[in-house]
Write a protein that binds this ligand. Structure first.
Ligand code: KG4
Ligand code: ZN
Length: 364
Protein backbone atom coordinates (compact mmCIF):
# COMPACT_ATOMS: atom_id res chain seq x y z
CA UNK A 1 0.00 0.00 0.00
CA UNK A 2 1.47 3.37 -1.00
CA UNK A 3 1.49 6.10 1.61
CA UNK A 4 -0.51 8.40 -0.64
CA UNK A 5 -3.15 5.77 -1.50
CA UNK A 6 -6.68 6.65 -0.51
CA UNK A 7 -8.57 3.63 0.71
CA UNK A 8 -12.32 3.85 1.15
CA UNK A 9 -14.27 1.31 3.16
CA UNK A 10 -17.73 1.52 1.63
CA UNK A 11 -21.06 0.26 2.92
CA UNK A 12 -24.32 -0.19 0.99
CA UNK A 13 -27.63 -1.34 2.50
CA UNK A 14 -30.32 0.69 0.71
CA UNK A 15 -32.45 -2.25 -0.46
CA UNK A 16 -31.94 -6.00 -0.34
CA UNK A 17 -28.17 -6.40 -0.59
CA UNK A 18 -25.89 -6.00 2.41
CA UNK A 19 -22.59 -4.96 0.86
CA UNK A 20 -19.14 -3.72 1.82
CA UNK A 21 -16.07 -3.03 -0.28
CA UNK A 22 -12.58 -1.58 -0.12
CA UNK A 23 -11.69 0.67 -3.06
CA UNK A 24 -8.25 2.17 -3.74
CA UNK A 25 -8.02 5.61 -5.31
CA UNK A 26 -11.57 5.49 -6.62
CA UNK A 27 -10.97 3.04 -9.41
CA UNK A 28 -9.42 -0.13 -8.03
CA UNK A 29 -11.58 -2.63 -6.17
CA UNK A 30 -9.63 -4.51 -3.51
CA UNK A 31 -12.71 -6.35 -2.27
CA UNK A 32 -16.43 -6.38 -3.03
CA UNK A 33 -18.57 -8.48 -0.68
CA UNK A 34 -22.31 -8.75 -1.34
CA UNK A 35 -24.72 -10.71 0.87
CA UNK A 36 -27.89 -10.92 -1.19
CA UNK A 37 -31.27 -11.36 0.46
CA UNK A 38 -33.01 -12.28 -2.78
CA UNK A 39 -33.77 -15.86 -1.73
CA UNK A 40 -35.44 -14.55 1.42
CA UNK A 41 -37.71 -12.07 -0.37
CA UNK A 42 -38.54 -14.35 -3.32
CA UNK A 43 -41.22 -16.19 -1.35
CA UNK A 44 -43.06 -12.85 -0.89
CA UNK A 45 -42.71 -11.81 -4.54
CA UNK A 46 -40.73 -8.65 -3.68
CA UNK A 47 -38.68 -6.91 -1.02
CA UNK A 48 -40.29 -6.83 2.45
CA UNK A 49 -38.76 -3.73 4.12
CA UNK A 50 -38.87 -5.02 7.70
CA UNK A 51 -37.22 -8.30 6.77
CA UNK A 52 -34.59 -6.40 4.77
CA UNK A 53 -33.62 -4.23 7.77
CA UNK A 54 -33.43 -7.20 10.13
CA UNK A 55 -31.28 -9.17 7.70
CA UNK A 56 -28.95 -6.19 7.17
CA UNK A 57 -28.44 -6.04 10.95
CA UNK A 58 -27.63 -9.72 11.08
CA UNK A 59 -25.14 -9.63 8.23
CA UNK A 60 -23.46 -6.25 8.19
CA UNK A 61 -20.64 -6.94 10.64
CA UNK A 62 -19.50 -10.09 8.92
CA UNK A 63 -19.82 -8.49 5.47
CA UNK A 64 -17.55 -5.61 6.56
CA UNK A 65 -15.07 -7.96 8.23
CA UNK A 66 -15.07 -10.02 5.04
CA UNK A 67 -14.39 -6.97 2.87
CA UNK A 68 -11.42 -5.89 4.99
CA UNK A 69 -10.03 -9.42 5.07
CA UNK A 70 -10.43 -9.97 1.33
CA UNK A 71 -8.68 -6.65 0.66
CA UNK A 72 -5.85 -7.65 3.01
CA UNK A 73 -6.14 -4.45 5.03
CA UNK A 74 -7.14 -3.48 8.53
CA UNK A 75 -9.28 -0.58 9.66
CA UNK A 76 -6.18 1.46 10.45
CA UNK A 77 -5.19 1.38 6.74
CA UNK A 78 -8.55 2.88 5.72
CA UNK A 79 -8.61 6.60 4.85
CA UNK A 80 -12.37 7.21 5.10
CA UNK A 81 -15.72 5.47 5.45
CA UNK A 82 -18.29 5.89 2.65
CA UNK A 83 -21.92 4.91 3.07
CA UNK A 84 -25.16 5.12 1.09
CA UNK A 85 -27.54 7.41 2.96
CA UNK A 86 -30.32 7.65 0.35
CA UNK A 87 -32.47 7.09 -1.55
CA UNK A 88 -33.81 3.70 -0.51
CA UNK A 89 -35.76 1.94 2.22
CA UNK A 90 -35.40 3.98 5.40
CA UNK A 91 -34.96 1.04 7.79
CA UNK A 92 -32.46 -0.61 5.46
CA UNK A 93 -30.47 2.60 4.93
CA UNK A 94 -30.35 3.24 8.69
CA UNK A 95 -28.48 0.02 9.35
CA UNK A 96 -25.64 1.03 7.02
CA UNK A 97 -25.58 4.65 8.17
CA UNK A 98 -25.48 3.72 11.87
CA UNK A 99 -22.76 1.16 11.24
CA UNK A 100 -20.66 3.60 9.20
CA UNK A 101 -20.99 6.29 11.86
CA UNK A 102 -19.98 3.86 14.61
CA UNK A 103 -16.91 2.68 12.71
CA UNK A 104 -15.88 6.18 11.66
CA UNK A 105 -16.28 7.49 15.21
CA UNK A 106 -14.44 4.60 16.87
CA UNK A 107 -11.61 4.53 14.32
CA UNK A 108 -11.44 8.36 13.99
CA UNK A 109 -12.00 8.31 10.23
CA UNK A 110 -13.83 10.84 8.06
CA UNK A 111 -17.42 9.91 7.19
CA UNK A 112 -18.78 10.43 3.67
CA UNK A 113 -22.47 9.95 2.90
CA UNK A 114 -23.04 8.90 -0.71
CA UNK A 115 -26.10 9.23 -2.94
CA UNK A 116 -27.01 5.72 -4.13
CA UNK A 117 -27.46 6.85 -7.75
CA UNK A 118 -24.16 8.73 -7.72
CA UNK A 119 -22.72 5.35 -6.72
CA UNK A 120 -24.38 3.59 -9.67
CA UNK A 121 -22.85 6.14 -12.07
CA UNK A 122 -19.42 5.78 -10.40
CA UNK A 123 -19.44 2.03 -11.15
CA UNK A 124 -18.27 3.19 -14.59
CA UNK A 125 -15.04 4.57 -13.09
CA UNK A 126 -13.98 1.12 -11.85
CA UNK A 127 -11.58 -0.34 -14.35
CA UNK A 128 -9.99 -3.32 -12.66
CA UNK A 129 -13.02 -5.53 -12.22
CA UNK A 130 -13.41 -8.66 -14.38
CA UNK A 131 -16.13 -8.02 -16.93
CA UNK A 132 -15.86 -4.23 -16.96
CA UNK A 133 -16.35 -3.31 -20.58
CA UNK A 134 -15.56 -6.85 -21.68
CA UNK A 135 -18.47 -9.20 -21.12
CA UNK A 136 -18.65 -10.50 -24.63
CA UNK A 137 -20.21 -7.45 -26.26
CA UNK A 138 -17.11 -6.98 -28.37
CA UNK A 139 -17.52 -10.45 -29.83
CA UNK A 140 -21.16 -9.90 -30.68
CA UNK A 141 -20.72 -6.44 -32.11
CA UNK A 142 -17.45 -6.52 -33.95
CA UNK A 143 -15.26 -3.48 -33.70
CA UNK A 144 -16.71 -2.17 -30.46
CA UNK A 145 -13.90 -1.46 -28.08
CA UNK A 146 -14.98 -3.37 -25.04
CA UNK A 147 -11.72 -4.03 -23.31
CA UNK A 148 -10.78 -1.77 -20.42
CA UNK A 149 -7.12 -2.07 -21.32
CA UNK A 150 -7.75 -0.37 -24.67
CA UNK A 151 -10.69 1.81 -23.67
CA UNK A 152 -9.52 5.12 -22.22
CA UNK A 153 -10.57 5.51 -18.60
CA UNK A 154 -13.82 7.35 -18.22
CA UNK A 155 -13.71 10.91 -17.00
CA UNK A 156 -16.50 13.52 -16.98
CA UNK A 157 -18.13 15.06 -18.84
CA UNK A 158 -20.28 12.33 -20.36
CA UNK A 159 -23.92 11.32 -20.78
CA UNK A 160 -25.20 8.56 -18.51
CA UNK A 161 -28.38 6.51 -18.71
CA UNK A 162 -29.31 5.43 -15.19
CA UNK A 163 -31.77 2.53 -15.16
CA UNK A 164 -32.54 0.79 -11.90
CA UNK A 165 -35.51 -0.55 -9.96
CA UNK A 166 -36.45 2.91 -8.70
CA UNK A 167 -34.85 5.29 -11.21
CA UNK A 168 -34.77 6.00 -14.92
CA UNK A 169 -32.76 9.12 -15.56
CA UNK A 170 -30.80 10.52 -18.44
CA UNK A 171 -28.12 12.81 -17.06
CA UNK A 172 -25.09 14.77 -18.11
CA UNK A 173 -22.30 14.01 -15.66
CA UNK A 174 -20.61 17.41 -15.75
CA UNK A 175 -17.98 16.56 -13.17
CA UNK A 176 -17.57 13.94 -10.45
CA UNK A 177 -20.80 14.07 -8.45
CA UNK A 178 -22.21 16.94 -10.59
CA UNK A 179 -25.30 16.04 -12.58
CA UNK A 180 -27.67 17.80 -14.92
CA UNK A 181 -30.84 15.78 -15.34
CA UNK A 182 -32.10 16.03 -18.92
CA UNK A 183 -34.67 13.21 -18.94
CA UNK A 184 -36.58 11.01 -16.54
CA UNK A 185 -39.44 8.56 -16.47
CA UNK A 186 -42.93 10.01 -16.11
CA UNK A 187 -44.24 6.84 -14.46
CA UNK A 188 -42.60 3.45 -13.87
CA UNK A 189 -38.84 3.01 -13.68
CA UNK A 190 -37.40 0.65 -16.30
CA UNK A 191 -36.53 -2.00 -13.69
CA UNK A 192 -39.98 -1.72 -12.17
CA UNK A 193 -41.53 -2.45 -15.58
CA UNK A 194 -39.31 -5.54 -15.91
CA UNK A 195 -40.35 -6.69 -12.43
CA UNK A 196 -44.07 -6.17 -13.05
CA UNK A 197 -44.07 -7.93 -16.42
CA UNK A 198 -42.08 -10.83 -14.94
CA UNK A 199 -44.64 -11.20 -12.15
CA UNK A 200 -47.53 -11.10 -14.65
CA UNK A 201 -46.11 -13.98 -16.69
CA UNK A 202 -45.18 -15.95 -13.60
CA UNK A 203 -41.42 -15.58 -13.86
CA UNK A 204 -41.23 -14.32 -10.28
CA UNK A 205 -38.88 -11.99 -8.44
CA UNK A 206 -36.45 -10.46 -9.24
CA UNK A 207 -37.98 -9.98 -12.63
CA UNK A 208 -35.26 -8.24 -14.65
CA UNK A 209 -32.74 -11.07 -14.84
CA UNK A 210 -35.53 -13.61 -15.46
CA UNK A 211 -37.00 -11.64 -18.37
CA UNK A 212 -33.46 -11.13 -19.70
CA UNK A 213 -32.86 -14.89 -19.63
CA UNK A 214 -36.26 -15.88 -21.07
CA UNK A 215 -35.88 -13.30 -23.84
CA UNK A 216 -32.74 -14.98 -25.15
CA UNK A 217 -34.92 -17.86 -26.41
CA UNK A 218 -37.61 -15.57 -27.86
CA UNK A 219 -38.32 -13.50 -30.96
CA UNK A 220 -38.15 -9.75 -30.18
CA UNK A 221 -40.47 -9.01 -33.12
CA UNK A 222 -43.13 -11.62 -32.28
CA UNK A 223 -45.48 -9.13 -30.60
CA UNK A 224 -45.76 -5.46 -31.53
CA UNK A 225 -45.93 -3.50 -28.27
CA UNK A 226 -46.36 0.31 -28.24
CA UNK A 227 -43.37 2.68 -27.99
CA UNK A 228 -44.48 5.64 -25.93
CA UNK A 229 -43.10 9.11 -26.53
CA UNK A 230 -43.66 11.98 -24.13
CA UNK A 231 -44.99 14.97 -26.07
CA UNK A 232 -42.54 17.90 -25.99
CA UNK A 233 -40.01 16.02 -23.83
CA UNK A 234 -37.70 14.06 -26.17
CA UNK A 235 -35.54 12.69 -23.34
CA UNK A 236 -38.34 11.56 -21.02
CA UNK A 237 -39.57 7.99 -20.72
CA UNK A 238 -42.93 6.39 -20.07
CA UNK A 239 -43.28 2.67 -19.41
CA UNK A 240 -46.75 2.38 -17.91
CA UNK A 241 -48.46 2.18 -21.33
CA UNK A 242 -46.12 -0.61 -22.38
CA UNK A 243 -46.69 -2.43 -19.11
CA UNK A 244 -50.49 -2.15 -19.57
CA UNK A 245 -50.20 -3.39 -23.15
CA UNK A 246 -48.32 -6.47 -21.91
CA UNK A 247 -50.91 -7.09 -19.17
CA UNK A 248 -53.76 -6.69 -21.69
CA UNK A 249 -52.05 -9.10 -24.05
CA UNK A 250 -51.77 -11.69 -21.26
CA UNK A 251 -55.40 -11.22 -20.17
CA UNK A 252 -56.70 -11.45 -23.72
CA UNK A 253 -54.75 -14.67 -24.32
CA UNK A 254 -56.02 -16.15 -21.05
CA UNK A 255 -59.66 -15.30 -21.86
CA UNK A 256 -59.29 -16.83 -25.32
CA UNK A 257 -57.70 -19.92 -23.76
CA UNK A 258 -54.52 -19.38 -25.80
CA UNK A 259 -51.09 -20.34 -24.52
CA UNK A 260 -48.59 -17.52 -24.06
CA UNK A 261 -45.12 -17.97 -25.45
CA UNK A 262 -43.17 -16.48 -22.52
CA UNK A 263 -39.84 -16.17 -24.36
CA UNK A 264 -41.52 -14.28 -27.26
CA UNK A 265 -43.41 -12.03 -24.86
CA UNK A 266 -40.27 -11.37 -22.79
CA UNK A 267 -38.18 -10.63 -25.89
CA UNK A 268 -40.84 -8.34 -27.42
CA UNK A 269 -41.35 -6.39 -24.19
CA UNK A 270 -37.62 -6.11 -23.61
CA UNK A 271 -37.09 -4.95 -27.18
CA UNK A 272 -39.59 -2.11 -26.68
CA UNK A 273 -37.85 -0.99 -23.46
CA UNK A 274 -34.38 -1.25 -24.99
CA UNK A 275 -35.41 0.74 -28.07
CA UNK A 276 -36.80 3.54 -25.89
CA UNK A 277 -33.69 3.65 -23.72
CA UNK A 278 -31.12 3.47 -26.52
CA UNK A 279 -32.80 5.97 -28.86
CA UNK A 280 -33.09 8.67 -26.19
CA UNK A 281 -29.62 8.12 -24.75
CA UNK A 282 -27.94 8.32 -28.16
CA UNK A 283 -30.03 11.36 -29.16
CA UNK A 284 -29.05 13.10 -25.92
CA UNK A 285 -25.33 12.47 -26.44
CA UNK A 286 -25.50 13.77 -30.01
CA UNK A 287 -27.74 16.78 -29.36
CA UNK A 288 -25.77 17.89 -26.31
CA UNK A 289 -22.47 17.23 -28.07
CA UNK A 290 -20.85 14.54 -25.90
CA UNK A 291 -18.89 11.66 -27.37
CA UNK A 292 -19.02 9.39 -24.31
CA UNK A 293 -22.10 7.48 -23.22
CA UNK A 294 -22.31 5.31 -20.10
CA UNK A 295 -25.01 3.14 -18.57
CA UNK A 296 -25.63 2.44 -14.88
CA UNK A 297 -28.04 0.68 -12.51
CA UNK A 298 -29.43 -2.85 -12.30
CA UNK A 299 -31.06 -2.78 -15.74
CA UNK A 300 -27.66 -1.86 -17.24
CA UNK A 301 -26.71 -5.52 -16.72
CA UNK A 302 -29.36 -6.48 -19.29
CA UNK A 303 -27.67 -8.28 -22.15
CA UNK A 304 -29.97 -6.94 -24.89
CA UNK A 305 -29.56 -3.35 -23.65
CA UNK A 306 -25.77 -3.68 -23.55
CA UNK A 307 -25.62 -5.15 -27.06
CA UNK A 308 -28.05 -2.58 -28.54
CA UNK A 309 -26.23 0.30 -26.86
CA UNK A 310 -22.85 -0.96 -28.09
CA UNK A 311 -24.21 -1.18 -31.66
CA UNK A 312 -25.86 2.25 -31.59
CA UNK A 313 -22.76 3.87 -30.08
CA UNK A 314 -20.59 2.36 -32.75
CA UNK A 315 -22.93 3.59 -35.51
CA UNK A 316 -22.92 7.08 -34.01
CA UNK A 317 -19.19 7.24 -33.21
CA UNK A 318 -19.78 7.39 -29.47
CA UNK A 319 -17.51 5.71 -26.95
CA UNK A 320 -19.63 3.33 -24.87
CA UNK A 321 -18.91 2.62 -21.20
CA UNK A 322 -20.58 -0.04 -19.08
CA UNK A 323 -19.74 -1.57 -15.72
CA UNK A 324 -19.32 -5.30 -15.11
CA UNK A 325 -22.78 -6.83 -14.54
CA UNK A 326 -22.10 -7.35 -10.82
CA UNK A 327 -21.23 -3.65 -10.51
CA UNK A 328 -24.52 -2.65 -12.21
CA UNK A 329 -26.76 -4.16 -9.54
CA UNK A 330 -26.40 -2.94 -5.95
CA UNK A 331 -22.90 -3.25 -4.51
CA UNK A 332 -20.56 -1.27 -2.27
CA UNK A 333 -17.62 -0.96 -4.69
CA UNK A 334 -19.58 1.69 -6.62
CA UNK A 335 -20.22 3.54 -3.35
CA UNK A 336 -16.47 3.43 -2.63
CA UNK A 337 -15.72 4.89 -6.08
CA UNK A 338 -18.21 7.73 -5.58
CA UNK A 339 -17.02 8.35 -2.00
CA UNK A 340 -13.43 8.73 -3.26
CA UNK A 341 -14.39 11.62 -5.54
CA UNK A 342 -16.49 13.17 -2.78
CA UNK A 343 -13.51 12.82 -0.45
CA UNK A 344 -11.28 14.58 -2.97
CA UNK A 345 -13.80 17.43 -3.18
CA UNK A 346 -13.79 17.80 0.59
CA UNK A 347 -17.22 16.33 1.33
CA UNK A 348 -17.42 15.25 4.99
CA UNK A 349 -20.50 14.34 6.99
CA UNK A 350 -21.01 14.74 10.72
CA UNK A 351 -22.34 12.34 13.34
CA UNK A 352 -25.81 13.71 12.58
CA UNK A 353 -25.83 12.02 9.15
CA UNK A 354 -29.24 10.42 8.72
CA UNK A 355 -30.91 8.12 6.22
CA UNK A 356 -32.81 10.13 3.59
CA UNK A 357 -35.21 7.72 1.83
CA UNK A 358 -36.17 10.16 -0.93
CA UNK A 359 -32.84 11.92 -1.42
CA UNK A 360 -32.81 13.75 -4.78
CA UNK A 361 -29.93 13.44 -7.22
CA UNK A 362 -27.52 16.34 -6.78
CA UNK A 363 -28.71 17.03 -3.20
CA UNK A 364 -26.18 16.87 -0.38
O1 KG4 B 1 -29.77 -0.93 -9.25
P1 KG4 B 1 -30.56 -2.04 -8.66
O2 KG4 B 1 -29.82 -3.27 -8.24
O3 KG4 B 1 -31.38 -1.54 -7.43
C1 KG4 B 1 -31.96 -0.28 -7.39
O4 KG4 B 1 -31.24 0.69 -7.05
O5 KG4 B 1 -33.16 -0.21 -7.76
O6 KG4 B 1 -31.67 -2.40 -9.74
C2 KG4 B 1 -32.58 -3.41 -9.53
C3 KG4 B 1 -33.46 -3.48 -10.74
C4 KG4 B 1 -34.61 -4.46 -10.58
O7 KG4 B 1 -35.79 -3.87 -11.04
C5 KG4 B 1 -34.17 -5.61 -11.45
O8 KG4 B 1 -35.27 -6.36 -11.97
C6 KG4 B 1 -33.42 -4.90 -12.55
O9 KG4 B 1 -32.71 -3.89 -11.89
N1 KG4 B 1 -32.49 -5.79 -13.24
C7 KG4 B 1 -32.58 -6.11 -14.56
C8 KG4 B 1 -31.55 -7.03 -14.81
N2 KG4 B 1 -30.86 -7.25 -13.65
C9 KG4 B 1 -31.45 -6.47 -12.70
N3 KG4 B 1 -33.43 -5.69 -15.50
C10 KG4 B 1 -33.28 -6.20 -16.74
N4 KG4 B 1 -32.33 -7.09 -17.06
C11 KG4 B 1 -31.44 -7.54 -16.14
N5 KG4 B 1 -30.51 -8.44 -16.48
ZN1 ZN C 1 -29.41 0.50 -6.90
Amino acid sequence: MEEKDILILAIESSCDETAAAVVRNGREVLSNVIASQIALHTQFGGVVPEIASRKHMEQINQVIAGALKEAGVSLSDITAIGVTYGPGLVGALLVGVAEAKAIAYAAKKPLIGVHHIEGHVAANFITNYPGCGSDGISEKVSGVSGNPSVQPKLEPPFVCLIVSGGHTHLVIVKDYGEFEIIGRTRDDAAGEAFDKVARAVGLGYPGGPKVDRAAREGNPHAIEFPRAKVEGAPYDFSFSGLKSAVLNYINRAKMAGEAICVPDLAASFQNAVVEALVSRAVLAAKEYGYDKLAIAGGVASNQALRAAMAKACKENSLCFYYPAPVLCTDNAAMIGAAAYYEYQKGTRHGWDLNAVPNLKLGER
